[in-house]
Design a protein around this ligand. Sequence first.
Ligand code: ASP
Length: 413
Amino acid sequence: MKLKLHWQILIALLAGIVFAFLARIFGFEEFVVDKVSIFGTIFIRALRMIIVPLIVSSIISGVTGIGSAENFGRLSLKTFSYYIATSLFAILTGLILVNIIQPGVGAQLGFEQIPEGLHSNVEKLGTTLLGIIPTNPLKAMVNGDILPTIFFSLLFGFFITKAPDPYRKQLTDFFQGVFEVMMRLTHFIILFAPIGVFALIAKIVAQTGTDVFAPLASYMVTVILALTIHAVITLPTLLYFVGNISPLAHFKAMSAALLTAFSTSSSSATLPLTMDSAENNAGASNKISSFVLPLGATINMDGTALYECVAAMFIAQVYGIHLSFEQQFIVVITALLASIGAAGIPMAGLVMITIILRAVGLPLEGLGLILAVDRILDMMRTSVNVWSDSCGTVLIAKSEGETGLKVLRKKSS
Ligand code: ASP
């Protein structure tokens, strides 16, 4: 039987560490840093290669999916408000914790040289927000400017649903097709993740020795703690007080989907189970769940949004770059947009961190550092993503006056 990918990555991770220690003992760490690291570079380049087509197709196919639903306006307003509000809650939870715990401060990870032009990039942050509106969307895509690309894709997807019929259907099918292809291409690239992880961790450890683990451990604790607060306190509070829903009953109803999310690290792969659990166990109607869940699997990612923010802040801390309040605000907004743009597939969130790194002018190699522990965090954030989608479904179903919900609190107030 073929070894599961997360086991492969774990083994590659450990092997990379052992290999790097051997390199340090036998004095061939230069070989690791100069030559073996090329495989890590190839992997990161391959990930960057797919960003633009992946987000364009994932957003457009997600937004066009709304078109068939009744009461488009009201439902989408509620749905998007929920997506954005909970993602922002999640990001702020992460931001507060990363500022309190400061997992990257004082870390010696061999990343001391700050690349040329970094400070001037940081100063130019103010223009980033205006830049969300592209003057030329194709140029934005060609240049890999992600924020304007997301903005244009959202609008384009929305207006496909407004086009008259032969064209609406043709374009919907076309972008759905592109998305299917991009998902497969992404999966293909992810197959090489063990090699990429091996090379990247080997390079880091060869350069720095064990110093890498202490800051990474507190980075992981920061992410996990923030995810737990969001999943166990924030979302259940909404369920309980806004929807009069029992969080525990809803958690039980969704548990199969949550476990699947954890083991696949993919909201999209989990979607059939999420819909099945939301309808058959939690009692939401097909109308609501087929509207909220597929779109949510692509654009509502609380766990990913939180993770993006903590990871970017962590990288900034490791590089010793202090981000002002204004700059942290940019991180929050870009983390939100990056989570909207991330596809519901393994490691999509990791790819998206490059957006934030670019927006605040941080070196992309910072990715190599957090890649080492990405898989386990991916499993956790994906579960939180699916959990949030499912909470949104029952909350919106309740607000639409649905009577079939099976997860309401016993004593209604
Ligand atoms: N794997 C996540 C998901 O499918 C996305 C991410 O990588 O953050 O929801």
